[in-house]
Design a protein around this ligand. Structure first.
Ligand code: RFL
Ligand code: PHB
Length: 394
């Protein structure tokens, strides 16, 4: 069997790409290791840049998002228990949107399923070969049986641990990686909002973040070590630590039922190229950022915007000029996103072993940010996201 485009992974990258190509009648098949319910239930990102929202709308999949999302005009910054609002909307005319990644995947996978799209769940890809040949070969396991298929192009949208990058020959693509001695303990809470916007806090005991999903469901994080034992964190201990890091005179968090706890170790990783022959890498398969900048899902959508534009141009106009620029354009944007996420992580987190000078300088850096309009404008621009180089013609 041969398909024009084989997509590995039905996370946000793979499902959005399949959906967009479908709008222009370009056939694809999607391989997904897990079940649909598992992918839809994975609680991860929450903050979308305006361009990511606009891409969903442009692709005709933004109706529920527009009805249910929460718009935020800026963020609050906490510095050792003093609170400061940075008004992105006033500074640059753009805010950010809260809409859970699980809602994004429900919308996309639901739409693909209603359209009868070929998404093979619980079907892991085990290998990709002939990247540089006339057609690329995908090996996958369906119902315990190994099968193969060929495609004009294969898109590795299979996340950091996926099979696509592993299929590259040694040295095929240059990569950079940095791990941090830091993790985020995340909780999902049934409670009303404690603040109208996300609240990023530096505290000498460590970073904390208050975010949200809906008016009734809040998302909060605490900096912990990257190998923290969650069993040692009772609900009361989590609430007390959040209040110690975030609380201030006359304000504390509105508590509620914690219905999920998770731990995410912080990591930076990226590829210097996002193409190897007929294999394109998109989303977390090509780059991982520590979540401090809320960039993972947004970068994935930026990749998909350019890649879908390129594939549409290739198949409908017999012109590969965008496709041939994909890797360069994607990496140019992603390296800046890496820089912002890395710098933002360094700004807010307390690194083990840091001395009082380093911590005081971090505090001074944030004090500068909350009092200087030019610094705030730059921060607002980076937070709300870089432009997408190309948009798919739909
Ligand atoms: P995904 O979501 O990892 O999806 C990859 C899919 O590929 C499947 N797969 C395979 N399928 C077939 N064969 C194989 N061999 C396969 N191997 C893997 C997997 O099952 C999976 O379904 O990657 P994608 O699509 O590139 O999407 C990326 C985003 O998920 C990720 O960047 C964000 O969640 C990152 N992120 C955030 N991003 C934001 O833009 N804003 C945020 O506010 C934000 N918050 C976060 C985050 C990530 C977090 N964690 C858990 C790392 C908060 C956290 C805590
Ligand atoms: C979230 O709501 O999950 C969230 C918000 C901001 C971040 C990371 C995660 O930087």
């Amino acid at each position: 069997m041969h398909v024009p485009v084989a997509i590995i992974g039905a996370g946000p990258s793979g499902s959005l790409l399949a959906w967009i190509l479908r709008q222009r009648g370009i056939e694809s098949i999607v391989f997904e290791n897990r079940s649909q319910a598992y992918v839809e239930g994975r609680i991860r990102a929450g903050v979308m840049e305006k361009n990511a929202v606009d891409l969903m709308i442009h692709a005709g999949i933004g109706d529920r998002l527009q009805k249910e999302c929460m718009y935020q005009r800026g963020v609050e910054v906490g510095i050792n228990n003093s609170h400061h609002f940075i008004d992105f909307e006033k500074l640059i005319g753009v805010g950010v949107t809260v809409y859970g990644q699980s809602e994004v995947t429900k919308d996309l996978l639901g739409a693909l399923s209603n359209a009868g799209h070929n998404v093979l769940y619980e079907t892991p890809v085990t290998g990709v070969s002939d990247h540089l040949g006339e057609e690329v070969t995908i090996t996958y396991e369906e119902g315990g049986v190994e099968k193969t298929m060929t495609a004009d192009f294969v898109v590795g949208a299979d996340g950091y641990h996926g099979a696509s990058r592993k299929s590259l020959p040694a040295g095929g693509i240059k990569m950079h990686e940095n791990s941090y001695p830091l993790g985020w303990l995340g909780i999902m809470v049934k409670a009303p909002q404690s603040k109208p916007v996300a609240f990023f806090t530096y505290h000498d005991r460590g970073f904390a973040l208050l975010s949200m999903r809906t008016p009734e469901v809040q998302r909060m994080y605490l900096q912990v070590s990257n190998d923290e034992n969650l069993d040692e964190w009772s609900d009361d201990r989590i609430w007390d630590e959040l209040d110690t890091r975030m609380g201030t005179e006359g304000w504390s968090l509105t508590r509620g039922e914690i219905f999920q706890k998770d731990l995410a170790p912080l990591r930076s990783f990226f590829c210097e190229e996002q193409r190897y022959g007929r294999l394109f890498l998109a989303g977390d398969a090509a780059h991982i950022v520590p979540p401090t900048g809320a960039k993972g899902l947004n970068s994935a959508f930026a990749d998909v915007s350019v890649l879908s534009a390129g594939l549409i141009q290739h198949y409908t106009r017999n012109d590969s000029s965008i496709l041939d620029q994909y890797s360069r354009l994607a990496v140019e944007r992603n390296v800046q996103t890496q820089r912002f996420s890395w710098a933002n992580t360094a700004k807010y987190h307390v690194f083990p072993g840091s001395n009082s000078f380093e911590r005081r300088m971090q505090q001074a850096e944030l004090e500068y940010l909350v009092t200087d309009e030019i610094a705030q404008t730059s921060y607002a621009k980076q937070h709300t996201g870089l432009p997408f180089a190309y948009w798919p013609e739909l």
